[in-house]
Design a protein around this ligand. Sequence first.
Ligand code: GLA
Length: 385
Amino acid sequence: MMGKETVIREFTQRWGSLPEVVVQAPGRVNLIGEHTDYNNGFVLPVAVNRYIWVAASRNSERKVTLYAINFREEVTFPLDDIQFDGEKPWSNYQRGVAYVLQQEGFRLPGIKAVIGGDVPIGAGLSSSAAVEVAMALAFQLLGGFEIERPRLALLCQRAENEFVGMRCGIMDQFTSLLARENCALFLDCATLEYRYVPLPEDVSIVVADTGIKRELAASEYNLRRQQCEDAVQLLHKRWPSVNSLRDVDPASMPGWEELLPEPLRRRARHVVNENNRVLQAVKALERGDAEEFGRLMNQSHISLRDDYEVSCPELDLLVETAWQTEGVYGSRLTGAGFGGCTITLVARNYVTLLERKLKDAYQACFGVLPRIYDLQAVRGADTAL
Ligand code: GLA
C-alpha cells in the first residue's frame, strides 16, 4: 500500500537527500449536493483518509522536475514557459497550478518533487483536486509565501478550469483544503461561507467503486454545465433576478419549469431540488436524524439518475443493493457520475453485511468485484513531515 513513506523513500533514492517539505492533501467524498457547486449552490462533502503526498525540495534552476509514482513517469517543465502536455496528461494539474500561481504574481522556486498517493485515480474521489492542492502547498512552502486557503482553493480550481480544461466547481479543492476531522463541510458555493457539521459517531461512510471510467465524462460534465447556463439565460429573460440556478425560487416563480425546453428543464429541476435537499440534510444532520438524511441521499440519486442523467447501470445496481440492505440509511452516486463511486451511509454494525451484499450483487451482474472503502472524515491538507 502506498503511503507517505513510499513517497519519501522514492525521493531520497532519486535525489540522494531528504525532501525539504512533505505535504499531504486528502481526497473527498460528497454526502449530498451534486452538480450544485458550479450553479452557485450548496454542497456537503467530507475529506477522506486517502491522500496525495508530495515530497519536494528546491533546485537551483528555473524548472520543475516531477516523478509520479502511480504513473512511473518523470517530467520536467520550465517555469518560464509552461505548456500543456498531451503526452503525460497527469502532469497538467501540476503545470496548471504553477501556471496560475505565477499569473497571480507569486515567484515560484524551481523544484524537484515526487508525487504519489492512495486516492484511487479517476474514481470520483477527487484525486485531481488533491494533486493540485498538494502541489500548491509545496510551492507555497518552498517559495516562502502564504495564500489564504479559500483563495488557494479558487486558484487550484482555476488551474483545472483554464489549464486542464475541466470546468469543475469549487467543491473538491475547497474540501481538500478546509475540511475538518469527523465533520461534513457545509459550503455555500456562491459566497464561500462554510460551517462544519459533526457526523454521527455510530455511522460509517462506505464508498463502492465501480471501476468504470468513462472517456466521455469530462465532455459530458462540461455539457451539463453548459445546459445549466443555457437554462439560466432563458429564466433570466423572464425573471431578471435569476443569475444562476441558485436564484430560482419556485414559490415566487410559478411556471418556471415550463419555460424551459427539455432537457434543460430536467437539468434545472435537479439542481433546484438538490440545493433544497442539501439545506434539509444539514438540518437533519444537526438534529441527529440519520434516517431523514438517508432519505434525502436516496432522492438525490434518483434525481441524478432521471433528471440530470449522470448515472449508469453499474452505479444504479450498487445503490439499489444498498437500499435493500439492513442498517443502511441512504445511498447515492457521488461525484460527477458516469461511473466512479457510490456513497452509502450505514450503521457501523452493518458495514460487513453491506460490503458482502455489494460484492455479491456486483459480481453476479458484471462479473467483477467492486472496490469497497470504509472511510473516515479527516482534516484538510497539511504538512506531513
Ligand atoms: C466533480 C467536480 C465538482 C462537482 C462534482 C459534481 O467532482 O470536480 O466540482 O461539480 O463533480 O457535484
